[in-house]
Design a protein around this ligand. Structure first.
Ligand code: ADP
Ligand code: ASP
Ligand code: MG
Length: 439
């Protein structure tokens, strides 16, 4: 049996956390490939090493003073090395990093050092081989991940490594420069490694006991999801449930490898199993609820719109020309509404309005800002009538005005639009009607 284990930042924030991780790895012989993140926060007020590296690089590359923050970063690693009693000196690594920062090797390079250094510490601590992700994970010159080239190289390299540590989050481009995935990207590395070695399981260890039905910062003590499908998870993580990077599904999906979310601080907890498909009945109609703030809706009305061939395309082309992607587009007989990210839209607002006038001569264009979108996701919704009605009832009971409702074509997803200010209350209300009421 081969298991890939990825540990997130908070699982590796201190020597104490490293010891927990060591115990977890040593308690199961199949845990042979380890993907560490950079050290994260030790408490609420602490800083993530990745954030400190960005700050340090920005200062160094712009000629501002950076020594203090660099010292802080070095101290974070030293605390771990000392606490674990390791015989490891990283002075030359830090010297090189400082030189590279001054030589402006790039923000991605800077951020990647968090994982690179933590990987070295981890390999030393476990007695596993260290494999620099730059040698096995590839991006193209535009920073897009090269899945197949990576898979071939990684499979070949790992065939000769019985136990290895591969730092998460980064890889290299054809010119040798370092590139990273977007934030939280160590999850993606773990998935890539799992695919390359045909792992039986990809364990993703974090600071919560699994994927929770709702964000614990909004709903106190939410239920843990026992089993969730890739598809449900993708919908939820795309809509802000940040436990797992939204792209982490793709590599393991190629091989149907399950992902198991576990809690480093409570290894006895069951966690959440993420699978391609399952016969297991979900416990509740709704598997999870997630959402994001900061949207803007563009409402377009024109009598007989439905009869006008190409109307939707012409409208969307206006957004496309301005480089704006749209999130949702519910439509009626004479109306359509396009939901866009407010920050992206605001810069091009007037060009979009005039563009739509020229393209389709609408009767009315109305804008509404500061909107939030909430995704209510569940494979159990297909077989259960009245889900939308229950959402309506819960929100109206909480006196929340629903701005939009869109049932995704997948039938596993209903999207609700509310004002930003109602966002948290709306999530709580939906949670209560589907989960608290069914407990
Ligand atoms: P790591 O550093 O281990 O990668 P992350 O911070 O990326 O961990 O993800 C775990 C965090 O995600 C949790 O601490 C929690 O605050 C947050 N979170 C948001 N939504 C959810 C959810 N639905 N279930 C569990 N955690 C969630
Ligand atoms: N350290 C990186 C970040 O903070 C990547 C990760 O943790 O997955 O985003
Ligand atoms: Mg993460």
């Amino acid at each position: 049996m081969k298991t890939v284990v990825k540990f997130g930042g908070s699982s590796l924030a201190s020597a104490r956390q490293f010891k927990k991780v060591g115990d977890i790895i040593r308690s199961d012989k199949s845990r042979r490939y380890v993907i560490p993140s950079a050290p994260g926060k030790r408490n609420d007020k602490d800083e993530k090493v990745t954030d400190m590296l960005y700050q340090c690089y920005d200062a160094a590359s712009q000629g501002r003073s950076y020594k203090k923050i660099l010292e802080k970063i070095i101290a974070r690693y030293q605390e771990i090395i000392d606490g674990l009693d390791l015989n490891l000196n990283m002075d030359h690594e830090f010297q090189r990093i400082e030189e590279d920062f001054l030589a402006k090797k790039g923000r991605d390079y800077a951020a990647s050092r968090g994982e690179y250094l933590n990987g070295m510490v981890m390999a030393n601590y476990l007695g596993y081989e260290f494999i620099d992700a730059a040698e096995v994970i590839f991006f193209d010159e535009n920073g897009s991940f090269l899945a197949e080239a990576t898979n071939t190289e990684l499979a070949e390299r790992l065939a000769t490594a019985d136990k290895a540590v591969i730092p998460g989050f980064y890889g290299s481009a054809p010119d040798g420069s370092i590139r990273t995935f977007s934030r939280g990207g160590s999850d993606v590395t773990g998935s890539i490694v799992a695919r390359a070695i045909h792992a039986d399981l990809y364990e993703n260890w974090t600071d919560v006991s699994g994927f929770l039905v709702a964000d614990p910062r909004i709903v106190p003590d939410p239920q843990v999801i026992e089993t969730i499908t890739y598809k449900e998870l993708r919908e939820l993580s795309y809509m802000g449930a940040s436990v797992l990077h939204e792209d982490a599904i793709f590599p393991v999906r190629e091989e149907g490898i399950p992902i198991h979310i576990r809690n480093t601080n409570k290894p006895e907890d069951k966690g959440t199993l993420i699978v391609e498909n399952t016969c297991r009945k979900p416990r509740y109609t709704v598997t999870g609820i997630a959402g994001k703030k900061g949207f803007c809706s563009v409402f377009i009305e024109k009598a007989m719109m439905n009869g006008e061939v190409g109307f939707g395309r012409k409208v969307l082309e206006v957004f496309e020309k301005q480089g704006i992607s749209f999130e949702h587009m519910p439509s009626g007989i004479d109306t359509m509404t396009v939901f866009v990210h407010q920050t992206e839209f605001i810069q091009h607002e007037q060009s979009v309005i005039s563009g739509i006038h020229r393209a389709v001569q609408p009767d009315l264009i109305d804008l509404e800002s500061d909107m939030a979108l909430i995704a209510v996701v569940g494979r159990g919704m297909k077989g259960n009538r009245g889900t939308a009605a229950r959402i309506f009832a819960a929100l109206s009971h909480a006196r929340i005005n629903i701005k939009m409702i869109d049932q995704g074509s997948s039938e596993t997803n209903i999207i609700v639009g509310v004002k930003n200010d109602d966002f948290e209350r709306a999530i709580k209300a939906v949670y209560d009607i589907f989960i608290t009421a069914e407990l």
